[in-house]
Design a protein around this ligand. Sequence first.
Ligand SMILES: Nc1ncnc2c1ncn2[C@@H]1O[C@H](COP(=O)(O)OP(=O)(O)OP(=O)(O)O)[C@@H](O)[C@H]1O
Ligand SMILES: [Mg+2]
Length: 423
Amino acid sequence: MEASIIRGNLRDRIQNKLACSVIRDRRFLDDEQLLRSEQLAVLEEIFNANVRDAEISEISDHFAPILRNDHPYHLALWGKTGTGKTLTVRFFLNLLAEMCSEQAIPMREVHLDLSTPRPCFRALNDLACLLNASKRYKKGISLEELMLRIEESLADYKGYLVLFVDEVDNIRRDKDTFMSFLVRRLPQAVPSKLILVFASNRLTWPDNLDPRVKSFLRLNELIFKPYDAVDLQKILDIRVRKAINPEAVKPGVIEKIAALASRDHGDARQAVTLLARSACLAEKTGQSITLDLVDRAASEIEQDKYVTMIRTAPVQLQLAMAAVIQAARAHRGSALNSNASYDAYQHLAAMAKIRALTRRAFGDLLNELDMYCFLRAHVFSRGRYGRNREISLDLPAETLKAIESAILLNLGLGRSTQRTLSF
Ligand SMILES: Nc1ncnc2c1ncn2[C@@H]1O[C@H](COP(=O)(O)OP(=O)(O)OP(=O)(O)O)[C@@H](O)[C@H]1O
Ligand SMILES: [Mg+2]
């Protein structure tokens, strides 16, 4: 009897949850979880909605010569993060491959994704793997050997080879060797018609190239502008249709997310993240996505950014930040000077068993924190008594609390330390 009541309750609860759920398919709020075919289907809809029309037309013009057996130059795409470079190129190359196969033009496309930094060795090894020319090595094989294997694997291929080198600025060691191999050596060593497509969010990337590579590199360049509010609205609309229960989205929500995102950065990735976070909050609180929830989600995302930044910062910087937060709390809003925060810093360093730096070095830490906008340190003169700093914390109280907890946890101090400190 007992068991059947529980069963009934559970079933009702789950049914209820499903009936009023906000999110229908979570995967469409996170591209990493989408299969390639699904990603391309979403993209098709997006590009049908005329987003990135100008860029797609330019890329098509660039590659058109392939269809009359000519050999286009290489292509470089610049643009800030989240402006759709990777998506657009992948979508386009997919279409191009289809068109080529319809016309029996041999064409291969390879996407070398360097979104995490890596040395030339790993990049070449990745490329060799993509071309089925080698297995994955940690070491024990020279750069030269890897290059030879890549060349051998292409020795009999006479068709077009479009090599999309994504986030090309992420080659950390032997960058010139890598570029010189792609730009000078490979095209001469293999019969394939190689077309390189580079993408990067650093406009200045070509300036740092070896001049010998640069003079060889025939590039067409294309800049991706940040998305405007209208584009973002179209992008979000499609996501909402795929991922969210339309009744759970209050009027004005998409417009608001698009407006916030276009005003701050024009980054579609962040706009989708804000939509996803708002939907999660709505689901948690059992209501629809409202304008207020969007604001809350935006401030949570902002908070996470600061917390992640400080969590990965050097330990002394973390100590200084926690000390300032605690000293400010002890001073309850009255102006905080560097002496009070230095005392708090020494105290905290002793508790964490970390060597405290000198007063001067502590001042440098404050300047660094100021640079990252964690606090404001204003230097003022006290006449013949020298100079002092006035420190103020402008971040919202909740963010400060989250930052402090993250630091104390990192230092192995937990939250209990806050109570034991007194000034
Ligand atoms: N046109 C678009 N339609 C839908 N979503 C988009 C579009 N452009 C970008 N996005 C979203 O933004 C994310 C980032 O896009 P993409 O990876 O193409 O940007 P990027 O310019 O390559 O950025 P990065 O320089 O950081 O690599 C995508 O995963 C997707 O969620
Ligand atoms: Mg990209």
